[in-house]
Design a protein around this ligand. Structure first.
Ligand SMILES: [Zn+2]
Length: 233
């Protein structure tokens, strides 16, 4: 586990709890990628930060907190947004990727790059009372585009910032995401899609099927087709 290098893209409501679990499990290196600074409104659900961190880069504050608890952990701060010019450089040096992003179009962008680079990753998303987690082994298991071929319009898929989410619920999904990542790192399937509804107090998992005509893992995407937002089609 100490040789494992995991990149956490987005150190917010999902990335904070996921990083904590991964550090606790003994992962050797955590890359922390996020261009944002800590804001007061983040603190209720982004538990790596305190009021003293407001105004600091999230990747600096998160790395400091994690290393103070897990002294063997190495953290790599990457205070940048994932985009077409840095995706390959950063994703290719890690064994596995955690999708801690907020906006759905960015999640598709990350999905498409991970599939292209054959990089295992764990997607997760939370809106209001619903959350989902999907571990992806490119070429073997269903990717996000197998399930949702096209990016829904922004009004159909609000972010948790816009729609609201309980801090404790996004933490629960982040913990589940990290546990799925540990299973993926060990190559231990089955890799199931988890859907959790905190309002109905219901959790279920299914084995998602690959879509042979998926534009990411089926027919393949060329880098040219990818845009910064992932809205190439
Ligand atoms: Zn696919």
């Amino acid at each position: 586990m100490e040789n494992l290098k995991i990149l956490v893209v987005g150190v917010g409501g999902l990335g904070c709890p996921a990083s904590l679990v991964l550090a606790e499990a003994g992962v050797g290196t955590l890359g922390l990628m996020d261009p944002d600074k800590v804001e007061l409104s983040n603190l209720h659900r982004q538990t790596l930060y305190s009021t003293q961190d407001v105004g600091r880069l999230k990747v600096e504050a998160a790395g400091e907190f994690l290393r103070s608890r897990y002294h063997r952990l190495r953290t790599v701060p990457l205070p940048e947004a994932l985009n077409a010019s840095n995706a390959e450089k950063y994703l290719s040096v890690y064994d596995l990727v955690i999708d801690g992003l907020d906006r759905l179009e960015k999640k598709f962008f990350l999905n498409d790059w991970c599939v292209k680079l054959n990089k295992p990753f764990v997607h997760a998303g939370v809106v209001r009372f619903e959350g989902q987690v999907l571990p992806v082994k490119p070429g073997e298991t269903a990717c996000l585009r197998c399930l949702i071929p096209r990016i829904p319009p922004p009004f159909a898929m609000p972010t948790c910032q816009e729609a609201g989410v309980l801090g404790s619920f996004s933490q629960a999904i982040g913990y589940l995401q990290a546990h799925q990542a540990l299973g993926l790192a060990r190559g231990k399937g089955p890799f199931r899609l988890w859907k959790v509804d905190s309002w109905k107090r219901e959790a279920r998992s299914i084995l998602p099927e690959r879509n042979p005509s998926c534009e990411a893992c089926g027919k393949g995407l060329s880098a040219k087709e990818m845009t910064e937002t992932g809205c190439a089609r």
